[in-house]
Design a protein around this ligand. Structure first.
Ligand SMILES: Cc1cc2nc3c(=O)[nH]c(=O)nc-3n(C[C@H](O)[C@H](O)[C@H](O)COP(=O)(O)OP(=O)(O)OC[C@H]3O[C@@H](n4cnc5c(N)ncnc54)[C@H](O)[C@@H]3O)c2cc1C
Length: 487
C-alpha cells in the first residue's frame, strides 16, 4: 500500500494550523477527513501512537508509551488497561470488529438533544442510514479480502432448539477471516484514506496532515477562546502549536482530562465527571462439533445478533470460532448497557498543580464497579442464555467472574463444558458519557464556555444504549465538522 504524504513524524510538528485535532483514532481521523471535505485546509491531527501500518489486528492495541499521563483507578478490577490512552496511530479503529448498530431511537429520544437525535435518524449526511450505507459500499468494493462463502444458515438449526429467538446477520463494516493463528476481523479504519483504500469520497481529497509521536498535554486558552495546544514529544521536549480551532478526539478518558483542564484555564474547576459507562459483556463459550463449526464459519451467518434492548437493555451476539482452536466454540454473549443511574465517574485532583504551568497534567482517577442492578441484570440474562445450554445438553463452568473471552483459552476447555465469562468494565472499549452533548456541550460537541473548542467521540454520548458505539462515533464526526465550519 502507498503511504501518502499526509503522514508525518514528530520532527514535522508545525508552529500553527487552522484546526488541530487531538487523537488519530476513529473519531479524530474521521472528523479531520470531514473537515477537509468541507474545504478546511491546514488541518493537523496529532497522536502519540507510533505508525505501525494500515493492516488490521484483532486485539486491543495497548502499547506502553513513554510519558503516559498519570491515570489510576479505584480498588476494583475494572479499567485496568485504561482504554484509549495508549495505542498505535489509528487507535482502536485498527482492531475494532466493524459492528454497525445504531443507538435505539427510544434512548435517543429520552436522553439526546433533539437536533442531534433528529439528524442521526434522518437520511442526510451524518445520519445512521448514510454512514451505514457508505460503509457497506466500502465493504463490497474491498471484497478481494473476503473469504469464500457458503449459503449455509445456522439459524435453521438454532431455531429447532430455541424457536422464539430471532437472529440476523450482524451489519459489519468488515468481515471475519480465519488465519492459521485464529480468527482475524478486517474492518474499516479512517486511516485507510492515507493508504488510498478508504471511502470512495476520500480518493483525491487533500488529506489532513497526521503527526505521529506528540501527546497533547493541555489546551491553551486565552480570553475565553482556544489559542492552541501544548504537546509533549517522545524526546521529552515540549512544543506549542497555535490553532484557531481545537477538536478533542482522544478517547473518553483523555478527552475528559483535556476538557476539564481547558475549563480550569478559564477558572471553572470541575473535579468530578459522572456518567462514565461501558458495556457489560458476559456470556458463554460453548464447544461445538468441528464439522458443524467449520460449516458455520464458512457461511454468511457466522456472526449473528438479536435485539433485546427494550426488555433487557442488551443485544445478544453469537459467533463461531474454529480456526487455531483445539475445540471450536460458539461464543454467545450479551452486550448490555450498564444499569442506570450510572455511578461510575472520572475524578481529578488538581490541588498542588499550578494551573497554567506549561506541562501541567492533571492525574485522573477512574471509579467503576458493577451496581447491584447490574449484577441482577447479568443474572437475568444468563438465565435466558442458560436455556440454550440446556437445550444443547451442555454443562457450564461455575460463573467465572471477570474472565474475559479469549478464544485461545478455549483450547483448554474440557470437551462438552461451556465456559462462562463476565468481562470487566473498560474491556468492551466502549467507555463513554462523561462530557455529554446537551449537558456540557452544544451541537457537534461545541464547548459553551471555551470558544472554538470541540469534543467528539463517545465521551459526548448522553446515553449509549446497548449498541456498539462506532456507527455513532462516525456520524458525530460529521456533526462536529458541520459545527466547526457552519455547513
Ligand atoms: C477489539 C475491539 C473490537 C471492537 N469492535 C467494535 C465493533 O465491532 N463495533 C463498534 O462499534 N465498536 C467496536 N470497538 C470499539 C471501537 O473501536 C471504539 O469505541 C472506537 O474506535 C473509539 O474511537 P475513538 O476515536 O473515540 O478512540 P480511539 O480509537 O482510542 O482513539 C483515540 C486516540 O487518541 C490518542 N490519544 C490519547 N490521548 C491523547 C493525547 N493526550 N494527545 C493526543 N492523542 C491522544 C490515542 O493514542 C488514540 O489513537 C471495538 C474495540 C476493540 C478494542
Amino acid at each position: 500500500m502507498r503511504i501518502s504524504e499526509g503522514l508525518h513524524s514528530q520532527d514535522e510538528i508545525p508552529k500553527g494550523c487552522s484546526v488541530l485535532v487531538v487523537g488519530a483514532g476513529m473519531s479524530g481521523l474521521s472528523t479531520a477527513l470531514e473537515l477537509s471535505e468541507r474545504g478546511v485546509r491546514d488541518i493537523v491531527v496529532v497522536d502519540p501512537g507510533p505508525f505501525t501500518g494500515f493492516e488490521h489486528r484483532s486485539r486491543t492495541p495497548n502499547t506502553v508509551l513513554p510519558d503516559t499521563p498519570p491515570w489510576w483507578r479505584s480498588a476494583s478490577p475494572h479499567y485496568a488497561e485504561l482504554p484509549g490512552v495508549t495505542g498505535p496511530l489509528g487507535g482502536r479503529s485498527r482492531c475494532w470488529h466493524g459492528v454497525l448498530l445504531p443507538i435505539n431511537p427510544r434512548v435517543l429520544a429520552q436522553h439526546w438533544p433533539k437536533d442531534t437525535a433528529d439528524l442521526l435518524l434522518a437520511e442526510v449526511p451524518g445520519s445512521y442510514r448514510a454512514v451505514t450505507q457508505e460503509l457497506l459500499e466500502w465493504q463490497s468494493t474491498s471484497g478481494d479480502l473476503r473469504p469464500d462463502r457458503t449459503p449455509d444458515d445456522p439459524r435453521e438449526e438454532l431455531r429447532a432448539i430455541w424457536p422464539e429467538l430471532s437472529l440476523q446477520p450482524v451489519p459489519q463494516a468488515g468481515w471475519s477471516v480465519d488465519g492459521p493463528d485464529g480468527r482475524l476481523v478486517w474492518a474499516y479504519s479512517p486511516l485507510m484514506a492515507w493508504a488510498g483504500c478508504g471511502l470512495a469520497r476520500h480518493s483525491g481529497l487533500d488529506l489532513p496532515r497526521v503527526v505521529s509521536g506528540p501527546r497533547a498535554v493541555r489546551v491553551l486558552v486565552e480570553a475565553g477562546s482556544v489559542r492552541g495546544v501544548v504537546l509533549a514529544t517522545p524526546d521529552r521536549g515540549v512544543r506549542e502549536v497555535s490553532a484557531d480551532v481545537v477538536v478533542l478526539a482522544a478517547g473518553t478518558l483523555e478527552n475528559t482530562r483535556l476538557y476539564a483542564q481547558a475549563l480550569a484555564e478559564e477558572g471553572d474547576i470541575v473535579t468530578r465527571w459522572p456518567g462514565l459507562n461501558d458495556h457489560v459483556t458476559h456470556g458463554y463459550a460453548i464447544p461445538l462439533p468441528r464439522a458443524l463449526a467449520e460449516r458455520w464459519t464458512r457461511s454468511d451467518h457466522r456472526f449473528l445478533w438479536s435485539d433485546h434492548e427494550d426488555d433487557l437493555n442488551a443485544n445478544l451476539f453469537m459467533e463461531v470460532h474454529a480456526a487455531g482452536l483445539a475445540e471450536p466454540v460458539l461464543d454467545l454473549w450479551w452486550m448490555a448497557q450498564q444499569e442506570e443511574p450510572f455511578r461510575d465517574e472520572i475524578r481529578f485532583d488538581p490541588s498542588g498543580h499550578a494551573p497554567s504551568r506549561e506541562t501541567t497534567v492533571w492525574a485522573g482517577q477512574v471509579e467503576a464497579s458493577f451496581s447491584a442492578a447490574d449484577e441482577e441484570a447479568i443474572r437475568r440474562r444468563d438465565e435466558i442464555t442458560g436455556k440454550l445450554l440446556e437445550a444443547l445438553d451442555v454443562d457450564a463452568t461455575a460463573e467465572g467472574r471477570f474472565v474475559d473471552f479469549d478464544p485461545a483459552a478455549k483450547a483448554a476447555l474440557a470437551t462438552g463444558t461451556a465456559n462462562h465469562y463476565v468481562s470487566r468494565l473498560g474491556t468492551a472499549d466502549h467507555e463513554a458519557g462523561t462530557v455529554p452533548l446537551g449537558k456540557r456541550l452544544g451541537f457537534g460537541g461545541r464547548s459553551p464556555s471555551v470558544g472554538n473548542l470541540f469534543v467528539t467521540g463517545p465521551a459526548t454520548f448522553p446515553a449509549a444504549g446497548a449498541a456498539n458505539p462506532s456507527l455513532t462515533i462516525l456520524a458525530l464526526a460529521t456533526h462536529t465538522a458541520e459545527a466547526v465550519t457552519g455547513h
